[in-house]
Design a protein around this ligand. Structure first.
Ligand code: PMV
Length: 307
């Protein structure tokens, strides 16, 4: 008999609205949970000594969680299970998700949060779930800010500072977010290293850029709370420029941002680690025109409700 798992668990995806990269250095970020996260279902294998399997067809994942595995997702999942004193054998775990993986929409945090919940059960506290998720997230990059895990576990719109309790943000008007996948995969660890290398090379120039990203977050939160979408759109454009200065944008993302603005977006920026992943645009009065400008990229339109 292996250690039991609960039959079903869920977690949110996430989109970073403002503050990526600077959040690694202790500046604030604001992120929104996406309902299209992940659902995991666990069923016992016929022989409890068989390895745990993880199958997520939407992400082309079909893995056995062997202790010697060098697959990063297997290693991350084993870290989470070890952190939670979960089983090491005997379960088949199947996942379904509407999120693309490796696109900066929090797929790995959603997976590790939901996995921790399979062990801990539906009554688990958010802090415990986040701690377990972070054990897995460290496999993907050594110094995660913790933002992804927090939003995956909690949902909503959150102001997050590393090491502090997050604050729930209440939008004064619905936020019309258009998430446009570039289709270009990227590595969060590489992108965090690019930003760090620029900071170490030119600290007196780059530190103020990080501070400006943090200021854009505080102004953005004020704009979100007051339903001031025009100001928020300008802050998206400013943040995209600052992220370019941190060396984490790319010509493809810069072109997409310009195309989104030309198609009526109030503002557009990269979201997440950058150099691939997704563009985040704040839709204007005609969101259909914006989504129609990227027909082959299958944009995802999410309206975050006012509260
Ligand atoms: O993995 P992504 O694309 O969601 O990016 C993570 C955001 C960073 O700020 C770049 C890193 C972090 O740990 O917060």
């Amino acid at each position: 008999m292996s250690i039991p798992l609960h039959p079903r668990a869920e977690a949110h995806g996430k989109v970073i609205v403002l503050g990526e990269h600077a959040v690694v250095y202790g500046y604030p970020a604001v992120a929104a949970g996406l309902p299209q996260g992940i659902v995991l279902e666990a069923s016992p294998r016929p022989d409890p000594r068989l390895p745990i399997t993880l199958t997520i067809p939407a992400w082309d994942l079909d893995l056995e969680l062997h202790p010697g595995s060098d697959h990063p997702v297997a290693r991350a999942c084993l870290e989470v299970l070890a952190h939670c004193d979960g089983p090491v054998t005997g379960w088949a775990i199947r996942g379904s998700s509407a999120l693309p993986s490796r696109a900066g929409l929090g797929s790995s945090a959603a997976l590790t949060v939901a996995l921790a919940r399979l062990v801990y059960g539906p009554g688990a506290g958010v802090d415990d779930v986040v701690a377990a998720s972070l054990a897995g997230e460290r496999v993907f990059h050594g110094e995660p800010s913790g933002l992804d895990s927090r939003v995956a576990a909690q949902g909503g719109v959150l102001r997050y500072v590393r090491g502090e309790p997050p604050r729930q943000i209440r939008p004064g008007a619905p936020l019309p977010l258009c998430i446009i996948p570039s289709g270009i995969p990227r590595s969060t660890a590489d992108q965090v290293a690019r930003c760090r290398s620029r900071l170490e090379h030119l600290p007196s120039v780059v530190r103020p850029v990080l501070i400006a990203v943090g200021q854009a977050v505080e102004s953005g939160i004020h704009a979100i709370e007051h339903g001031d979408l025009d100001t928020l759109g300008i802050l998206f454009d400013v943040a995209h420029g600052l992220l370019g200065a941190l060396d984490v944008s790319s010509p493809a993302l810069d072109r997409m941002a310009a195309d989104a603005r030309a198609a009526g977006a109030r503002g557009a920026k990269l979201t997440g680690a950058g150099c691939g992943g997704c563009l985040l645009a704040l839709a204007g009065d005609a969101p259909d025109r914006l989504t129609a400008a990227f027909p082959s990229l299958r944009p995802l339109f999410v309206e975050v409700a006012a509260s």
